[in-house]
Unconditional design. Structure first.
Lengths: 405, 405
């Protein structure tokens, strides 16, 4: 459950840059970033399933479709989600895309746009447009400032989240680098807040999209900070082909190795998001086994991972395992309590519908650790699921009670 | 949305008593109560739909079925939920019922048993049994200590919750009195934590059950403190017939007046539970209109009423209405954002998918009031629903981070 330490080898074919453009009031904070590919590259994206979709989500989906899964660059701002901003909001995203397209001399449809921040406040696109020329020049010059880019997308995150992986394809090293932001409104369905992956593998958009969807399922879609699904969830994957390795063939061993590398980066970023969840003191793994189906196991795991009572008990390292069963019992999945077993931090605390005696002080100490595992076996089948969540702390409340004001 | 002020006229035919029996360590806190009817009375109950049901829930359901909806007395303890306690737990509830039956000289099946408190800790039934004789004597002597009874069922509640109503039936005054406890694990489905209603109306158990189920739907089942459904949820209604009014006939005007009185008491108690929700600073009404159906409206209202981001914004009186739409958008109900309208504390803040300008300071001040209304019109039909919830505060986290330890 550890995120990889930073390694600086970036995939070839991309440059990165970030700046402060004035969407945030705090001038020391980066709020605008770009990733520019050397040419047109294959691109895939997965997006929020929230009925309420932000303007940049709508525009980026449209652009990916219009360009048949190809892109030249992406631009992202933090501090404003450009969501529920009406026709003016969509216009602001288009203005942003048009300005970047002009700088790069490419069609608008090859520009992907993302935003994150407060909902329902008009986005001052003019501030972005003003800074884009300098930003593109900076990316062309320095080029490799992936770390600054990762910082520019942060909102309530306390640290940037990056991950790397590589694999060998036909004797060539193919690299994957990714970054993501959390830290609240995290309960992704099909995607998460914002994550960007770049690789120098060569791949057709179709293969890329399949790989990304699969990777997201057990990673970004298996985490929850607060059960609230964002309106701006977006994961984008760009593949430059600049490694020199041949294009991946569907179903090949190379494609499988590549998929593993993508999944590794997605998992690192997903766990980093939970670990840095708003106010989080713990990274909590919830494992459900013995369910009637994987789907049922996921429902139970999700109910546990979003239960305020489970999450506050975790904040206090309180071995209150009854809350875990109470949450499981309202998940809409039938099970026989007398066949269920519960483990807290590796200790069996309940079986046959009755408590198993344990040393309260010892278990409390184990639950004080940064990473805590909860496990539940329903004894009702072979279905299983795993989710990661954070604890619910007073700090979470403090952060969110005055986000806007 | 105001709970009625206490009025002391109790229904005839019942006596009440409470004591400290030692389940709680704090000797100044009442933890055991009884309601004793003068004879056998009609009784109805609705219970938790949680898969994990506490021993007293299982036993009380069995007793109500065996006695065909009649009861002589009920006994309730706080400080221990007697849930996930295995065969020993069921045995503890039976021991309690048997002891009270012995005192009153009635069959065990005429005793109803309830428990509330921590899950998964053995219930020391011997402490209850030891105190029952004195408690029954006290109820026979003093008899009218409804307030003490209401205090004996409190857990994290900061105040007892009682409500009264009366109606005229064939020239006789029929009274209803009820009490309830919250204050966490409140997201009832079919019932709430614990609520007890007594009336001196005369009614068959079948009619009584119908009246109770209807009353519960728009009251106890329309509130949420933390989205967690308790394993012990129970609402019981006892009808002594001691008012002298004739037995209620199904479908009569008398029965409707009686149903209104019951619903009035249920609503007062339900709102009192939310108002005293763990750490709550606000009583929040969530109204959803214009949904494709009432059911869809309820899903949207429930998602808003349980969203941690909506509830933390309410704690900070932060007019962050985007979170309300983000929550609605993940409720699984299709709607067109451009037709939706949002009101915060009576102020229209969003229409046609775009923000409506408002004075931030003024709205913030309105949201500082104790009672706050949120309203959402989806513009997608005639379905509507109303729910009540509390805000999510750091105090909620503090209370629940160390409930057990």
């Amino acid at each position: 459950m550890k995120a990889r330490k930073a390694v600086p080898a970036l995939p070839r074919g991309f440059s990165f840059a970030a700046t402060h453009c004035g969407i945030r009031k705090n001038k020391t904070r980066l709020d605008l970033g770009v990733i520019v590919a050397e040419g047109l590259v294959a691109a895939a994206g997965v997006f929020t399933t929230n009925q309420v979709k932000a303007a940049p989500v709508l525009l980026t989906r449209r652009h990916l479709a219009a360009s048949r899964g190809r892109a030249r660059a992406l631009v992202v701002n933090s501090g404003n989600a450009n969501c529920v901003t009406g026709p003016a909001g969509l216009s602001a995203s288009r203005t942003t895309a048009a300005a970047l397209a002009r700088e790069l001399g490419c069609p608008e449809r090859e520009i992907l746009v993302c935003s994150t921040g407060v909902i329902g406040v008009p986005l001052p696109a003019d501030r972005i447009v003003l800074r884009l020329p300098a930003l593109v020049r900076a990316s062309a010059a320095a080029g490799k400032d992936f770390d600054e880019f990762a910082r520019a997308i942060m909102t309530t995150d306390t640290r940037p989240k990056q991950a790397w992986a590589s694999c060998r394809i036909s004797g060539k090293t193919v690299r994957v680098a990714g970054c993501a932001k959390g830290a609240g409104m995290i309960h992704p369905r099909m995607a998460t807040m914002l994550a960007f992956l770049v690789t120098d593998a060569g791949a057709e958009p179709g293969l890329l999209h399949g790989v990304l969807r699969n990777a997201v399922r057990g990673t970004f879609n298996a985490i929850s900070v607060d059960g609230d699904t964002s309106t701006n969830d977006t994961v984008l994957l760009l593949a430059s082909g600049a490694s020199g390795a041949p294009a991946l063939r569907p179903g090949s061993a190379d494609a499988r190795r590549f998929a593993q590398a993508i999944e590794e980066v997605c998992r690192s970023l997903a766990l980093a998001i939970v670990s840095d969840g708003e106010g989080a003191g713990h990274l909590v793994e919830v494992e459900v086994r013995g369910a009637p189906s994987d789907r049922a196991a996921h429902r139970v795991a999700e109910t546990i991972a979003t239960s305020p009572l489970v999450k506050t008990a975790l904040a206090g390292a309180d071995p209150n395992w009854g809350r875990l069963l109470a949450a499981a019992g309202r998940a809409g999945v039938a099970f026989d309590l007398t066949r269920a077993r519960v483990w807290l931090a590796g200790k069996l605390v309940c079986r046959r519908g009755a408590p198993v005696a344990f040393n309260e002080a010892t278990l409390h100490r184990r639950m004080l650790e940064r990473e805590v595992r909860l496990a539940l076996d329903l004894g009702a089948g072979r279905g299983q699921a795993r989710m990661w969540t954070s604890d619910l702390t007073a700090e979470y409340v403090r952060i969110n009670a005055s986000y806007r004001t």
